[in-house]
Each structure stands twice: as C-alpha cells, then as structure tokens.
Design a protein around this ligand. Structure first.
Ligand code: ADP
Ligand code: 5GP
Length: 187
C-alpha cells in the first residue's frame, strides 16, 4: 500500500501553493479531490479542485457512509474525503496528496498510522496569514475573520503531526516539501 501525504495548515498558510508545486514535480503523486459545499471560486474547476456539491447531496453521502472523514470546517461549510477517491488513486498505484484541514489530517492519520505522513505547514505568524489571505482576495471580511479565528486554534495541533514545514520564504518551503516526498517515496 503506498503512502498518503497529508498537508494541513490554517487557511492562507500555503497548502494549495505547496501541493500544486509537488503535483507538478512528481508524476507518482495524485491529488485527493475533496467534496465540499462551499461555493466555487472563479479559478476553480469542479472535479479538479473539489467536487462541488449541494448540502443535500453531501448529507446523502454522509448517510451512505461514503466518506473516510468529513468536517464542518467553517460554519455551514462541509468538506470531506470520499472513500471512492482514495480507492481509485490507490488502485492506480499512486501516492496520494491531501490538502486538508488540521482535524481531518489527524483523523486520517489515526485511520492509516503506517501509510500516512502528516505534515503541518506553519505560517511565520498570524499577521502574515492575514496579509496573505487579503492579497489572495478570495474572501470577504467575514470569511477572513472566520479563517483567522480558526487559525489561532489550529496552531495548537502542530505537535500531533509527524513533520512541521515552515512556509516563510516560499522557495525554501517548496524545496523542503520536495525533500519530504523524496525521503518518503524511497523508504
Ligand atoms: P492555503 O491553501 O493554505 O489556504 P494558499 O496556497 O492559497 O494557502 O496561499 C495563500 C496566499 O498566500 C496565496 O495568495 C499564495 O500565493 C500566497 N503565499 C503562499 N506562500 C507564500 C509565501 N511563502 N510568502 C508569501 N505569500 C505566499
Ligand atoms: P478552502 O475553502 O480554502 O479551499 O479550504 C478550507 C479548508 O478546508 C482548508 O484547510 C482545506 O485544507 C480544508 N479541506 C479541504 N478538503 C478537505 C477535506 O476533504 N476534509 C477536511 N476535513 N478538510 C478539508
């Protein structure tokens, strides 16, 4: 059974940037596309970035026990990893990369303690996180405040991860992320 790489961090810490970089550089990796009820951002594609579902469809899948894990990551917004997604990628013989929230990562690590490598991406500070989210320009002020509020809580879970990756200078963080993959693909 091949490895699961879980990249988790507070919103704005750089998960998407790092995960995209790794996908572009390692053919052996595939992205686990999550399901979500959050509205699609203009640059996102259904089936590539997320499976965008109505809340009713998402809740039906919960009832059918279709998820490995799911969370109400933000009030009223559901996110989850589908069992079918993990099985599909595993059958293709891929290493799977997850962009997931902190609790979701801890949950999957508990279910797959030997296969999962849990990486916590740490931003240099909460203030830097706020600046990055503002510059990304995808959230309104209320959503921004929600994300910053949650970030403070999420920073407390760092010690439950296998590895911590500081994303201050992006090029350094990308090189470190590459090393994490190379080290774990070898073993
Ligand atoms: P996440 O997926 O964790 O929410 P993103 O990857 O979307 O975070 O990054 C948030 C924003 O910060 C993006 O606009 C991204 O380009 C920018 N960013 C990522 N890493 C850095 C960095 N090391 N320094 C400055 N800006 C960064
Ligand atoms: P965003 O709305 O910025 O795309 O994602 C918000 C948060 O939800 C991020 O921390 C992201 O990693 C997390 N997330 C994405 N997919 C999943 C998932 O399948 N399960 C869980 N628990 N969190 C997810």
């Amino acid at each position: 059974m091949s490895k699961l790489f879980l990249f988790a961090a507070p919103s704005g810490a750089g998960k998407t940037t790092i995960v995209r970089h790794l996908l572009n550089n390692f053919d052996q990796l595939s992205f686990s596309v999550s399901a979500t009820t959050r509205p699609r951002r203009p640059y996102e594609q259904d089936g590539r970035d997320y499976y965008f579902l109505t809340e009713q469809d998402f809740r039906n899948l919960i009832d059918e026990e279709a998820f490995v894990e799911w969370e109400e990551v933000y009030e009223g917004l559901l996110y989850g990893t589908l069992k079918s997604e993990v099985t599909r990628l595993w059958e293709e013989g891929k290493y799977i990369l997850f962009d997931i929230d902190v609790k979701g990562a801890i949950n999957i690590k508990k279910q797959f303690p030997n296969e999962a490598v849990a990486v916590f991406i740490r931003p240099p500070s909460i203030d830097a996180l706020y600046q990055r989210l503002k510059l990304r320009n995808t959230e309104d002020e209320a959503s921004l405040q929600k994300r910053i509020g949650k970030a403070t809580e999420e920073m407390g879970y760092e010690n439950q991860f296998d590895l911590v990756l500081v994303n201050d200078v992006l090029e350094k963080a990308l090189a470190e992320a590459e090393k994490i993959i190379t080290d774990n693909i070898k073993s």
